[in-house]
Design a protein around this ligand. Structure first.
Ligand code: G3P
Length: 214
């Protein structure tokens, strides 16, 4: 199982690296805008910092625009994965990038059908957003289960799954149990995973008792 950092914040990425939790990084325009710097410069920094894949999203919604932007992103560093929104033009672009040897991530996947189309188009990764489905009263984890079983039943589909929009430690545990290829996790959830009140209470108790050493 690989874990990526779902962030464009250099400090958060560095922190995750110290824990072996930065096999890659996913960014999106929202995450880059939060940092307030030049997005291309930020992406370049992230690509230098991280050895694994760095997912950088195109803003164009048309095929030609996606190709132009994606090629520019791919030139930036060897570890760039071009993230493309789930649209007909996005599927066409994924197919073209496949032929050019540029890895892609079809993002904003909300149904198993979309994942099938993305895989058939030759996307290297699909990125289902589970938290956003939960937000509208659907079952995000069930979507991940469906995509996982479709890909398992059809080994000719070589696309890897990146579970995104992870909101809770419970999501991480369920996805790990399912054997999802890659989990991209925000730093808030990483901190929540690390802490447990019984760990804190146990540490405090041990330190207290250590004062009684003779
Ligand atoms: O990687 C996608 C992720 O950043 C979206 O998360 O919490 O905005 O739905 P969220």
């Amino acid at each position: 199982m690989e874990m990526y950092v779902d962030s464009a914040n250099l400090e958060e990425i560095r922190q995750a690296q110290t824990l072996g939790l930065a096999d890659g990084v996913t960014t999106n325009p929202t995450l880059l805008a939060k940092e307030g710097d030049d997005p291309m410069a930020m992406l370049q920094e992230i690509c230098k910092l991280v050895q694994g894949p760095v997912h950088a999203e195109v803003l164009s919604l048309d095929y030609e625009g996606m190709l132009k932007e994606g090629r520019e992103l791919a030139k930036m560093a060897d570890n760039v994965v071009v993230k493309i929104p789930m649209l007909k033009a996005g599927l066409q672009a994924a197919k073209a990038f496949r032929a050019e040897g540029i890895p892609t991530n079809l993002t904003l996947i909300f149904s198993p059908g979309q994942a099938i189309l993305a895989a058939k188009a030759g996307a290297t990764y699909v990125c289902p957003f589970l938290g956003r489905l939960d937000d509208i009263g659907h079952d995000g984890l069930y979507l991940l289960q469906q995509i996982k079983s479709i890909f398992k039943a059809n080994p000719d589909l070589e696309t890897r799954i990146i579970a995104a929009s992870i909101r809770t430690p419970g999501h991480v545990v369920e996805l790990a149990q399912m054997g999802i290829d890659i989990l991209t996790v925000p730093s808030k959830v990483l901190s929540q995973l690390e802490r447990h009140p019984l760990s804190d209470a146990g540490i405090a108790q041990f330190l207290e008792d250590a004062k009684k050493f003779k």
